[in-house]
Design a protein. Structure first.
Lengths: 283, 266, 288
């Protein structure tokens, strides 16, 4: 029977195209960075310091979005910064999802001692203050991409596990699960064939959300100088630098901030958009 | 006639998790309190009772979806009471179930074809599209439905898919758990007529759980009346309706509102 | 003039599909009328239209709903709400979802009286206690302080019935109030509703798909198919001689345990085709 769902559907299409489009753009930019960045992101030119974006009087057209106080091209740095952001998003997001969702599924469906063990683990794990935890972890592992990814995975898997566990529990009392048992399907088989497809929409949304979170976490860590060890540009680092010269050169802060914001927003909307588009129940 | 099911002094209790103390096990609620009966081959057994009577639990115990805590269940001579899933699996083909709520018994993210083929595949039987089409034919649904999702079908159609799935395995026994309770009178009639036809054509033995005595009378050869986990009446249908022995049975009969303004009722 | 008079009410989904086709029915003061139809016939929509609780996706195309001499559809929303709140009430189908699980019973009964009808709190609370006694619930104090999940299904339905009668409404719409209940509990609840209706002399529009229940509780009935009124008669007349082919078929499809020989006849395809043709004709006439 038709209801207000059809009105929701119309919005979903636009959401998927816009968010997917932006992310695709960022991915392509990141991959093609060495070829499409107009300047070397690390090249300093003190004579070209603090040049404004191209539409402002006094700009140099070759530095489209202006330069920072060391004369480095903002646009090129944003382009290269996308590489770090995306690597963290994709790798950390996927790993967190795999570990968290798997443990959540097992706990929620198998119940018993498996659930007790995993739930207690989650409870204890979540008791650690995340910021402190990640700082300690990075202090121990040393700064770098690997450490950031490990920090994010180690802290955020519990988010997945909790939510997916609850969903799996809700699913496991459905009659189609009982039906699978009556047919003689084993427990792991039932989990994969009956439960997983119904939990997948939530996993997709959480995954894309997690990617957005990973981008922010990386930005925060590079803001406080705990991110990668090299001079490679990161959006968070640019924001940190831009903070000090915000009155003289607002563009150094604003452009990476906008890019960061749009990327994180796109990730969150992508998940919802995918779910709306591909979930047979909603069609 | 041989007995397909032999149930002796069946007990089943479940833990009451709402009253679980911090340390130690939860207190148990007795749902089945010593139930004994048999089901002969070819019988259509009605299982009746109010909510809390244990009828659904009994049904699930017969199919070993739940494990009894006492007593025994024999299926075709074999003791299936405490068998592990692995040992039980080969026999599962022989007893199947149709569920009450077709919305929750059909996986909303599987197409109809996959829903019907699933059990066939698990049991290592032919699960080709031809076999699925054959099952759909049996329940009077168009073959094209194999491509549809459950939410694209009406309640009565979904219920027929549930039946198709159950009979696809060619079981000997089927348990129908309140399968027409949520349906319109018209869909109900269709589903019941279908079931009756299939029982005859496929030589099935049927366990029919319902709270609707009118439907039971129409369909069943024998009736079991449950109250609080105990059998209070176990007799052929005509006897139960003509001369019920248990007061509870009479109470159930009296409560039914017949579509007849002259019935002495309220 | 009837207390509730629905005249040529047509509803449709905003996307286009028609739900009610020029439905007219009347409920006199103190009358008990059954509104019968299979699922999708539109019977719930009528109740919602009267109470002003139509879902967002549904709109009124044309028609009038006269309640105690005023056409509700001509009133602005705020006034309509106040008017309905004082005159009508609902007994919903599912006692589980109709009660807020995180609030105690007491406030759920008194809120309506205090917020919509501006009663004083202690007057409302006294009334709540009276009502619980009337629906035969002992230990009113304890029940008022309980949460819904602490009570049984039958008890919750009694509370909903009590709530419905709280403001002494002149019209109650009961939307399949016993469908979710056991047959023995159903009998108790139907007795209760019938008793309270008689005592308070409330008009009752009883929505159901169960002809058996209608024959016990209602004086008159209206049968719907596909949003179209198919038959309108007194219960007495209907059960002895239903006029419309569809009504006859519906009656034949209802199992009666006293008649073992009767086979369950689903409504024949020919009858469905005929009544669908009627629905289509109504649509034609409406367009033209």
């Amino acid at each position: 029977m038709a209801d207000g769902r059809s009105q929701v559907r119309r919005g979903a299409g636009a959401r998927l195209w816009l968010s997917g489009g932006w992310l695709l753009l960022i991915v392509l930019i990141a991959i093609a960075a060495p070829w499409i960045a107009p300047k070397d992101p690390l090249a300093q030119d003190l004579f070209s310091g603090r040049l404004p974006p191209f539409w402002v009087h006094g700009a140099d057209r070759s530095f489209l979005l202006g330069t920072d106080s060391l004369g480095r091209d903002v646009l090129s740095r944003i382009i290269f910064g996308a590489r770090i952001a995306l690597q963290v998003a994709l790798i950390a997001g996927t790993l967190t999802c795999l570990i968290g969702a798997t443990l959540g599924l097992l706990a929620g469906f198998l119940r018993g001692w498996v659930d007790v063990l995993i739930s207690r683990l989650i409870d204890i794990w979540m008791a650690f203050p995340p910021v402190l935890f990640s700082v300690l972890l990075i202090a121990v592992l040393g700064p770098g991409l690997f450490s950031i990814i490990v920090a994010i995975v180690v802290i955020d898997w519990t988010r997945f596990a909790r939510v997916i566990r609850a969903e799996a529990m809700g699913q496991s009392v459905m009659d189609y699960v009982a039906s699978a048992q009556v047919a003689g399907r084993g427990r792991i088989g039932t989990m994969l064939v009956e439960i997983l497809p119904n939990v997948l929409p939530t996993i997709v949304v959480l995954l894309t959300l997690e990617m957005g979170i990973a981008v922010i976490v990386e930005a925060i860590l590079s803001f406080v100088n705990l991110s990668i060890s090299t001079d490679d540009p990161t959006w968070g680092g640019m924001i940190a630098e831009g903070r000090t010269s915000i009155h003289q050169a607002w563009w150094v802060l604003v452009f990476p901030l906008i890019t960061l914001f749009l990327t994180v927003l796109a990730f969150s909307q992508l998940g919802e958009g995918l779910k709306d588009r591909f979930d047979p129940v909603l069609r | 006639m041989a007995d397909l099911y032999e149930v002796k002094d069946l007990h089943l209790s479940l833990p009451d998790l709402t009253r679980k103390p911090f340390l130690g096990p939860a207190p148990r609620i007795e749902i089945l309190n010593g139930v004994s009966f048999t089901i002969a081959k070819g019988e259509i057994l009605g299982i009746v009772g109010g909510s809390g009577s244990g009828k659904s639990t009994l049904g699930r115990a017969l199919l070993r979806l739940l494990q009894p805590t006492g007593g025994s269940i024999h299926f075709d001579g074999q003791d299936i009471t405490y068998l592990s899933e692995d040992r039980l699996r080969p026999s599962r083909r022989r007893f199947q179930m149709i569920f009450q709520d077709p919305m929750s018994s059909l996986n909303p993210r599987h197409r109809v074809g996959k829903i019907i083929a699933g059990p066939l595949q698990v049991q290592g039987m032919d699960h080709s599209p031809a076999r699925v089409a054959d099952a759909l034919d049996h329940v009077g649904l168009p073959r094209s439905f194999a491509q549809r999702y459950p939410h694209e079908l009406s309640g009565g159609q979904r219920q027929r898919i549930g039946i198709a799935r159950a009979i696809a395995l060619r079981p000997e026994f089927i348990l129908a758990d309140e399968i027409v309770s949520g349906l319109d009178v018209s869909s109900q009639a269709q589903v019941l007529n279908l079931l009756e036809g299939l029982v005859k054509d496929l030589g099935l033995t049927l366990g029919f759980i319902s709270h609707d005595l009118s439907v039971i009378r129409r369909l069943c050869t024998r009736v079991l009346v449950l109250q609080q986990g105990r059998i209070v009446e176990n007799a052929p249908t005509c006897q139960v309706f003509a001369a019920p022995s248990a007061a509870y049975t009479r109470e159930l009969l009296d409560a039914i509102p017949l579509p007849d303004p002259d019935q002495v009722w309220v | 003039m009837s207390f509730l008079s629905i005249r040529n009410l047509s509803l449709r989904l905003k996307g286009g599909e028609r739900l009610l086709r020029a439905v007219s029915l009347n409920v006199e003061a103190g009358e008990v009328r059954g509104l019968v139809g299979e699922s999708g016939a539109g019977k719930s929509m009528i109740g919602k239209a009267v109470l002003g609780t139509l879902p967002q996706a549904v709109e009124v195309v044309s028609g009038e709903i006269w309640l105690d001499g005023v056409d509700l559809l001509t009133l602005p929303v705020g006034q309509r709400r106040k008017r309905i709140g004082g005159l009508a009430a609902l007994i919903p189908q599912d006692p589980l979802t109709a009660l807020n699980p995180s609030r105690r019973i007491g406030p759920q009964i008194t809120d309506r009286l205090v917020d919509i009808l501006s009663w004083k709190r202690d007057r409302a609370e006294a009334r709540a206690r009276e009502l619980l006694a009337e629906v035969q619930i002992d230990g009113a104090e304890r029940v008022l302080r309980s949460y819904p999940h602490e009570l049984s299904g039958g008890m919750r339905q009694r509370i909903l019935i009590a709530s419905a009668f709280a403001a002494e409404p002149k019209l109650i719409i009961a939307d399949e109030p016993t469908t979710a209940l056991d047959v023995t509990v159903q009998k108790q609840i139907l007795r209760l509703i019938a008793g309270m209706q008689a005592r308070h002399d409330t008009a009752l529009l009883f929505v159901t798909h169960d002809l058996g229940v209608v024959s016990k509780v209602c004086q008159n009935l209206t049968i719907l198919y596909g949003g179209l009124v198919v038959e309108d008669a007194s219960v007495r007349d209907f059960f002895h001689a239903p006029k419309h082919a569809y009504s006859r078929a519906l009656l034949a499809a209802t199992p009666k345990y006293t008649d073992p020989a009767a086979s369950l006849l689903p409504v024949p395809d020919a009858v469905i085709a005929a009544v669908r043709a009627e629905v289509a004709a109504a649509d034609e006439a409406w367009h033209g």
